[in-house]
Design a protein around this ligand. Structure first.
Ligand code: BG6
Ligand code: GLC
Ligand code: GLC
Length: 924
């Protein structure tokens, strides 16, 4: 470098070796010396200003606000906890960027026992200058070559090699093994790497090299390796500080303060990247002309201004620039320079460190200066020592100011008055410089007196910490594989869904013909949807969903008006005796009538009864079997209308005129049909699932008549009860089925409806826990309880507006203590289960729509589906996934979904109204 002097105006002087006699001797060399050293003095006030400004810059970056001046970056690292010391295994570590022009390969063994260390094996490789400045591919090929050479030369195990990549440059990480280089620092400038994922580049190079199979599991900054490798001690080690060729720190921040993260629970390690701090307001007064010259001549002018005052790559160079200046001013070396002194990079950190080392003595200073082609006298050696001390003292003080701002940040985020923390330190400046750490410590004590800080030198130069992170990453990767394997059977392909659709078509046809089929295809005696001319007041009952309701439905010219009340059906009643159940129902009706002032009136009543019934007419329905957790004795095989009338008789005081019994699918279709005449399909996805649709009467065996339509209650919940869906059934479905009150029954329903999805999820969570994938493998008592995981949690958890933190809160309310990783996995389990349900449901609707299209001989069918049910309505994605699946499987049907707003009770009243209208007509 052709240094032109700190005060300028002497361009062109000082060609290497040129005799210096002509130079004017300074009047007072001691004053010049003082003036020069003075530039490196930083006052306490200046340090405080830097500390404050850096803290402000850190907090601004945490909030995600861009700053106009290049400031600190605050990069989240995906390391979420400090090590617990139980990590174990053998790991390969590759270090690039920490030790300047050299690259290190280590073999680290973690024993899993606190305090028990195995010395790592390591090998260092010098990176040729042309590689540091060449093409990116060349650099990564070089790294892969070093790995191979290391493995060939060391007797280490060759199986399943897992590598941690310590890459010490500013990177945007998007995962533990994904990291995009923002910009090179510290003398590296390889083309084609900035903006690329460095893990991928390394993987590609390893593949090209081909000699070993190595899995790159994690990428970490050197500061993180330093912090993570710190032996667990009395106080938590939550800061990693590196002063190597460059300088930087990381610390554990509260995740909720990091705007760039979706997760705000727990902590995350943030790499400050303070090397880029360059706030001109704060740094301006302490920047010397030597700093400006150094920056100007560097590979990255204008960047990393703070680092260039502290990092080991620059300290020797700063000393050299000062020495050249002083020599030229005649203060040193009798006014002579040498070619070596004038060439960039000739004074290294190790020289500076040695010259300052009191144990090495002045003789060592002489020797070093002589090696530079200089002839120092005794006073020269002492002055040079002063220069070195000035440069390094400033570096340590600036570093202390930066560390003090990290400590202040840590204190603020923890809301602690007094902070006790261990700082892991690493890097060659700490290792080589005799006074750096002491000055740093003393200055930190002055700047952050309220913090009680202990400094802990890093282990194995951070290699152990990298291995720790790699161990964690490897564990997470294997967990992900297990999760994927577990969920794979829930992810249905197009072919599988098309097969379900075809099977359903077949079962529908058989059911309609009265042949053995898992689809009963029950005629409902509803032949027409409402025509709008229905009038009158009706009572309706609605039994079989989440709520039991009694309703008063007024059908008038202006529309339908509904008054209703929800009553509970205690589980003991739902599963007690039939008589008890129907008496309870009548009690509710009587209560409702009294409240509505209807006592004594005998209004026509429509009964939504959402269970499979063989109907012989509108007002006759024989319960075939209970479903959905009902199991009242003495009802199966009985006419439900008779059971209700029996209870009415027993209650004497009331008179009720039961006109129609209606399945909820039919009620929903009728209710939506009142608004849209194209509504010819009814679909329920709630506690249970089922569908009905308008079939050609000629296709319905057992009902007289060949023309017109009849609504068919498919009872598709039972689809697959003949084993036809066994190929899709997972072990979780089998166990939910086995534990239910109707094993072997309602197999399709048990894969789709709200009564079962939460339970499927719970069983998957138990399985994943037993594999150690969730909850650190600890079985949680709450999760052992059946039905603890409600299907409404799926809807809540999968809601897009929720951040992962809310997912965690929901699950924690349930008594499940989980980490962010756990929360993410639970979310994925919920998604897999609900997506399968929605896709299966879509395959069913596609089968129905296609059948209707073919029945009617249409090229294209336009039809609406009236839908109800808590799962369908509350789940954020269910409805759109059903619609998408229908489009995929029935491309010739244009299917619109209408959500029923008023429940099936309104439909039951409308069925009753139609029946009354038709009855009146026949009487007239
Ligand atoms: C409503 C009906 O329309 O939907 C109920 O009124 C029906 O009778 C219900 O069973 C289905 O939803 P869920 O979620 O309550 O089972
Ligand atoms: C540079 C890098 C940073 C690294 C530091 C210490 O500042 O940008 O990532 O931590 O050097 O090696
Ligand atoms: C169950 C019932 C069925 C009802 C469905 C939706 O499958 O058997 O009749 O329609 O649940 O509630």
């Amino acid at each position: 470098m052709d240094f032109t002097g700190p005060v300028g105006g002497q361009q062109g002087e000082g060609t290497p070796g040129r005799p210096q006699e002509g130079l004017p001797q300074p009047p007072d060399s001691s004053a010049l010396m003082q003036e020069c050293l003075q530039q490196f003095r930083v006052t306490g006030a200046q340090l405080q200003k830097i500390q404050a400004s850096l803290l402000a810059s850190m907090e601004q970056a945490l909030r995600g606000q861009a700053s106009p001046a290049p400031a600190v970056r605050m990069l989240p690292t995906y390391v979420g906890s400090i090590p617990h010391g139980t990590e174990q295994g053998d790991f390969l570590v590759l270090e690039l960027g920490a030790k300047g022009a050299s690259l290190r390969v280590l073999w680290v063994t973690l024993t899993g026992i606190n305090g028990h260390r195995v010395e790592p094996r390591s090998q260092e490789f010098v990176i040729p200058q042309e590689v540091m400045l060449g093409a990116g591919q060349q650099l990564f090929d070089f790294a892969a070559h070093c790995l191979a050479e290391f493995l060939d030369g060391h007797p280490v195990s060759r199986q399943a090699l897992q590598l941690g990549f310590s890459f010490s440059f500013p990177c945007h990480q998007t995962g533990l093994d994904r990291s995009t280089l923002i910009s090179w620092t510290k003398g590296f400038r390889c083309s084609g790497v900035e903006g690329q994922d460095v893990v991928q580049l390394l993987r590609d190079a390893i593949r090209r090299q081909g000699a070993h199979s190595i899995d790159v599991v994690a990428v970490v900054n050197d500061t993180v390796g330093t912090m993570m490798g710190c032996e667990p001690g009395l106080r938590p080690c939550e800061v990693g500080l590196v002063v190597d060729t460059g300088t930087n720190a990381c610390y554990m921040e509260e995740a909720r303060h990091v705007a760039a993260l979706d997760n705000d629970r727990g902590r995350v390690c943030v790499s400050v990247e303070w090397g880029s701090f360059g706030d001109s307001g704060a740094l301006g007064p302490v920047l010397t002309t030597f700093d400006h010259s150094l920056d100007h001549e560097s590979l990255n002018p204008g960047a990393q201004r703070f680092e260039k005052m502290i990092g080991g790559l620059y300290l020797g160079e700063l000393v050299r620039l000062v020495l050249v200046h002083l020599a030229r001013r005649g203060v040193l070396f009798g006014g002579r320079t040498s070619p070596a002194l004038l060439s960039r990079g000739s004074i290294l950190l190790e020289h500076v460190a040695e010259m300052e080392d009191p144990s090495a003595g002045v003789a060592r200073v002489h020797a070093i200066l002589q090696d530079l082609g200089l002839s120092p006298d005794t006073s020269d050696a002492e002055l040079v020592q002063l220069v070195c001390a000035a440069v390094c003292t400033r570096a340590a003080q600036l570093c202390a100011a930066a560390l003090a701002s990290v400590l202040a940040r840590l204190q603020r985020s923890r809301e602690h008055q007094a902070l006790q923390v261990a700082v892991a330190t690493g890097g060659q400046v700490f290792e080589q410089h005799p006074r750096f750490c002491r000055i740093l410590r003393e200055t930190v004590m002055l700047l952050a007196p309220e913090c009680d800080v202990s400094f802990v030198p890093s282990v194995d130069g951070g290699g152990r910490g990298v291995a720790m992170v790699t161990a964690v990453a490897a564990r997470l990767a294997s967990h992900r594989r297990l999760l994927e394997e577990t969920l794979a059977p829930f992810r249905l392909s197009h072919e599988q869904l098309a097969a379900v659709q075809a099977l359903m078509r077949e079962a529908m046809a058989k059911g309609l013909r009265g042949e053995a089929s898992s689809l009963r295809m029950l005629p409902t005696y509803v032949r027409a949807t409402p025509d709008g001319s229905e009038r009158g007041d009706f009572l309706a009952l609605d039994l079989g969903g989440t709520n039991f309701r009694v309703l008063l439905v007024r059908v008038a010219t202006g529309g339908v008006q509904i008054t209703s009340q929800v009553y509970s059906i205690p589980e003991c009643v739902a599963q007690g005796s039939g008589q008890q159940l129907f008496d309870h129902i009548v009690d509710c009706i009587v209560d409702f009538q009294q409240k509505q002032g209807l006592s004594g009136q005998s209004l026509p009543l429509g009964f939504t009864f959402s269970f499979p019934c063989r109907q012989l007419g509108l007002d006759q329905g024989i319960l075939l079997n209970w479903t959905k957790g009902f199991n009242a004795s003495g009802c199966e095989g009985q006419d439900v209308v008779c059971l209700l009338r029996g209870a009415i008789r027993r209650r004497q005081a009331v008179e009720l005129n039961v006109v129609a019994i209606v399945n909820d699918t039919v009620g929903t279709m009728m209710s939506c049909g009142y608004e849209d005449p194209r509504c010819e399909i009814g679909l329920i996805v709630g506690t249970g699932t089922n569908a009905c649709y308008m079939e050609e009467l000629r296709n319905v065996a057992g009902v007289a008549g060949d023309s017109g339509h009849m609504c068919i209650n498919m009872e598709w919940g039972a689809f697959g009860d003949d084993g036809s869906l066994d190929m899709l059934s997972t072990c979780f479905d089998a166990s939910v089925d086995q534990a239910s009150i109707n094993p072997g029954k309602q197999r399709f329903e048990k894969m789709i409806s709200g009564m079962y999805l939460g339970e499927i999820v719970r069983r998957i969570l138990l399985h994943l826990t037993s594999l150690g994938v969730l909850f650190r493998g600890q079985q949680i008592q709450r999760l052992q309880t059946r039905d603890i995981f409600k299907t409404k949690f799926l809807s809540e958890i999968e809601s897009d507006s929720l951040a992962l933190r809310q997912v965690r809160a929901i699950l924690e309310d349930l008594g499940l203590p989980l980490t962010s990783d756990d929360a993410l996995m639970v979310l994925e389990v919920c998604q897999a289960v609900s997506q399968r349900a929605a896709r299966l449901c879509g395959a069913g609707v596609a089968a129905v729509a296609e059948k209707m299209r073919e029945n009617r001989g249409l090229e294209e069918l336009t039809v609406s589906v009236g839908v109800d049910g808590t799962l369908y309505k509350l789940h954020p994605h269910f409805s759109s996934l059903v619609a998408a699946t229908v489009r995929e499987l029935a491309p010739r049907c244009v299917v619109t979904f209408l959500q029923s707003e008023d429940g099936s009770g309104k439909g039951a009243a409308l069925v009753t109204a139609v029946a009354c209208r038709l009855a009146q007509k026949t009487r007239v």
